[in-house]
Design a protein around this ligand. Structure first.
Ligand SMILES: NC(=O)c1ccc[n+]([C@@H]2O[C@H](COP(=O)([O-])OP(=O)(O)OC[C@H]3O[C@@H](n4cnc5c(N)ncnc54)[C@H](O)[C@@H]3O)[C@@H](O)[C@H]2O)c1
Length: 334
């Protein structure tokens, strides 16, 4: 019988692509997200808000509907909605990705993060306990590492000095998962993602923002004078790693965490140049100081991940960005 995977945040960047990938591998997939096909959305305002709705709608059409994946509109911060979803779906595996994402937004509006990232996480892990889910994987983040100069970042490093409220919610999730293991033996695996990019990516993240500015010939503002370094991870590599972790099965003896990143940080200056080359554009750059909540470096050790899944693909930045640019030209031609 096919194993059934429930993905929360399935209208999101990672969730939608993962839904398609798991279906191709022969899993039965059920997706949920707060997105409800009506003009109700809570996170950001103005035209960005409308584009975001179109992106979520289009991801559902492209990745879920086309592959016959069942979709439920559910607010994970509502305990009864989550309970009903689990009763209906009966999943074997849960990949919990739904969250308010975005470090910088958490500086402006920390309260937006409480509902989805804290209440929502508690509701989902509690449903996993109630339904005896043995495979519970959830999104954590490289931001749990905070500011550090020693690289690469290892899962054994201390993570108790968040630079943003977003990071604090992800550290809290990892601690909640540990408590659920201690109290109820609910095993889990936290996935510490490192700046995922690629086609169908997030509108609030640097690759999309930079590409948009370059197209309209506006200056790109590079905080931290452009010398911040990020370990960028291509979306295809990311979903490959998640799927392999599911196929291999997570440890039942702990609440574990693992980095999903390549140990190959790139300076944001160089990232912009590679993107400009893919777009055949000469960028105008404005260098600005570091912002509150920014960290100078992210760099994952992938030793633990490789022990768990073996070798995993490493798409080059230029290949990954060309894929992203090709998608963007089709999806948002203006
Ligand atoms: N993309 C990255 O580089 C990155 C890096 C580190 C961590 N993460 C984490 O990975 C996960 C997925 O990230 P993403 O880039 O796909 O983000 P995304 O914003 O594209 O997807 C998250 C989805 O969660 C949904 N959501 C938010 N609140 C909800 C609620 N209350 N109920 C139901 N759905 C809700 C949103 O509608 C959205 O579709 C998030 O938890 C994020 O914090 C992502």
């Amino acid at each position: 019988m096919k194993r059934k995977v429930l993905i929360t945040g399935a209208a999101g960047f990672i969730g939608s692509k993962l839904a398609e990938h798991l279906t191709e591998l022969g899993f039965e997939v059920v997706g949920c997200d707060i997105y409800n096909f009506r003009n109700q959305f809570f996170d950001v305002g103005d035209t960005h808000h409308l584009t975001l709705q179109r992106l979520r709608f289009d991801r559902i059409a492209h990745f879920l509907n086309r592959n016959g994946i069942e979709y439920h509109s559910v607010d994970i911060s509502d305990h009864s909605q989550v309970s009903k979803l689990f009763q209906k779906a009966h999943p074997d595996v849960v990949v919990h990705l739904a969250a308010q994402a975005g470090v910088r937004h958490s500086v402006k509006a920390p309260m937006d993060f409480v509902k989805s990232n804290l209440n929502g996480f508690a509701n989902v892990i509690d449903a996993c306990k109630t339904h005896g889910i043995q495979q519970f994987l959830y999104a954590s983040s490289s931001s749990v590492y905070g500011v550090r100069s020693e690289a690469p970042f290892r899962e054994t490093d201390r993570c108790d000095a968040p630079e943003s409220f977003y990071a604090a919610t992800k550290i809290a999730n990892e601690q909640m998962a540990k408590a659920y293991f201690a109290q109820y033996r609910t095993a889990s695996l936290g996935l510490r993602f490192f700046t995922v990019y690629g086609p169908w990516g997030r509108l609030d993240m640097a690759p999309f923002l930079f590409a948009k500015k370059m197209r309209s010939q506006q200056a790109i503002q590079l905080f931290g004078e452009g010398v911040l370094k990020r370990d960028f991870t291509y979306i295809g590599d990311t979903v490959f790693a998640i799927a392999r972790l599911i196929q291999n099965g997570i440890s039942q003896t702990q609440a574990d965490v693992v980095n999903i990143g390549h140990s190959n940080p790139v300076q944001v200056n160089d990232f912009v140049q590679t993107l400009a080359d893919c777009m055949n554009i000469k960028p105008t750059i404005e260098l600005l100081p570091m912002q509150v909540s920014d960290v100078p470096l992210t760099c994952a050790s992938d030793d633990k991940l490789r022990k768990m899944i073996g070798e995993w693909p490493h798409t080059s930045l230029s290949d990954g960005l060309s894929e992203m640019v090709q998608w963007l030209e089709k999806w948002n031609p203006v």
